[in-house]
Design a protein around this ligand. Structure first.
Ligand SMILES: Cc1cc2nc3c(=O)[nH]c(=O)nc-3n(C[C@H](O)[C@H](O)[C@H](O)COP(=O)(O)O)c2cc1C
Length: 335
């Protein structure tokens, strides 16, 4: 059987076209190193971290792996200090998402290139993809609404081929709702050169989530997520163009539609969410996950997730065509 190999493998110097989403609240240096050591591209979210923290995160990743990895910034909340600290860490990949409409991406991407990094930018719409391609990104992540955390409203199966056409010949990486080998194979068939995973890699022993939160991902059937601005209203953030996909916990249920009251009591609600996470209390907390939770039924090491996903995709891409494409012309229907 052949081995999956795409242009993003060459672009990033990785074995498998599988990326870890640079999740600000969902990555650890251990998870990043595990993904990179497994042949994927680990990616650490550093949004909201101080320059000293960014430096120490990069150092801890380098203790765990010699392989390429990325650092991710949420552009709408990244000041000059954060950008400089991230570039100074000299990660092989500079990964970005969610700029404000006013931000000028071209000088930022040029600075990253000058620092020796590849630039990968995540979008949720076709115009955002064109904007990033024109600004000089090396690859575009097209993220559909199925995904966990902050997402737009277009579905992955529609957005990916549209972005592929809009930015050709730039490589596109599909994200949102992908958690198994069938998802990887399907993304490649849509024209993507790889996939980026969030939720699937939160259900690993290397993720920063408490064990009960990881188990909640396994329990979720994927029908119990919803889009809301509640986490951002509570955090006091205005996120350009996004809603947060969260698990419908008791806490979310209680405050949904009551944003005005939430704004009046943000500090207390922040404390409640923090306490719930420390206590491993999912129902009184907030858990950002995607619909693909319905495809995830066990907490497994990141390396095992990536190996089985790639093996399943290779198997499907090799065997399935023979099942669905007849070698001879089909027999005409009677009548
Ligand atoms: C808890 C959480 C935090 C996230 N934080 C970030 C972030 O800081 N930057 C970013 O580019 N994407 C972030 N994402 C989005 C992921 O990178 C990825 O696009 C998404 O999880 C893909 O969908 P999936 O969860 O179905 O795999 C986050 C996702 C989650 C679930």
């Amino acid at each position: 059987m052949g081995m999956l190999h795409t242009r993003v493998c060459d672009l990033f110097g990785i074995r498998h076209p599988v990326l870890l989403g640079g999740m600000a609240s969902g990555t650890t240096p251990e998870l990043v190193a595990a993904v990179s050591n497994a042949g994927g591209l680990g990616n650490h979210g550093v949004a909201g971290r101080s320059p000293a923290e960014v430096q120490s995160i990069a150092a801890r990743i380098r203790e765990g792996t010699q392989k390429p990895f990325g650092l991710n910034l949420l552009l709408f909340m990244a000041g000059e200090d954060a950008v400089q600290a991230t570039l100074d860490a000299h990660a092989p990949v500079f990964s970005t998402a969610w700029p404000t409409p006013e931000q000028d991406l071209a000088p930022l991407f040029a600075r990253a290139h000058d620092a020796g990094a590849r630039v990968v930018h995540m979008v949720s719409t076709v115009p955002e993809a064109r904007r990033a391609a024109e600004a000089g990104a090396d690859a575009i992540v097209a993220q559909g609404t199925e995904g966990g955390g902050h997402v737009g409203v277009m579905g992955t199966i529609v957005l990916v081929p549209m972005v592929v056409r809009a930015v050709a010949p730039l490589p596109v990486i599909a994200a949102g709702g992908i958690a198994d080998g069938a998802g990887l194979a399907a993304a490649l068939m849509l024209g993507a050169d790889g996939v980026l995973l969030g939720t699937r890699l939160l259900a690993t022993p290397e993720s920063p989530l408490p064990e009960s939160y990881r188990q909640a991902i396994c329990r979720s059937d994927g029908h119990d997520t919803l889009l809301t601005e509640l986490p951002d209203v509570i955090a006091g953030r205005v996120w350009p163009g996004a809603y947060a996909r969260v698990l419908r916990t008791g806490f979310i249920q209680e405050w949904l539609g009551r944003e005005g009251e939430v704004r009046a009591d943000r500090a207390e609600l922040n404390r409640r969410l923090q306490r719930a996470r420390e206590a491993g209390d999912v129902n009184n907390g907030a858990l950002l996950i995607g619909q693909d939770a319905g495809l995830i039924d066990s907490v497994r090491p990141a390396a095992s997730v990536i190996e089985s996903m790639v093996a399943e995709a290779e198997e499907l891409l090799t065997t399935r065509p023979a099942w669905v494409v007849s070698p001879t012309a089909p027999t005409p229907l009677p009548g």
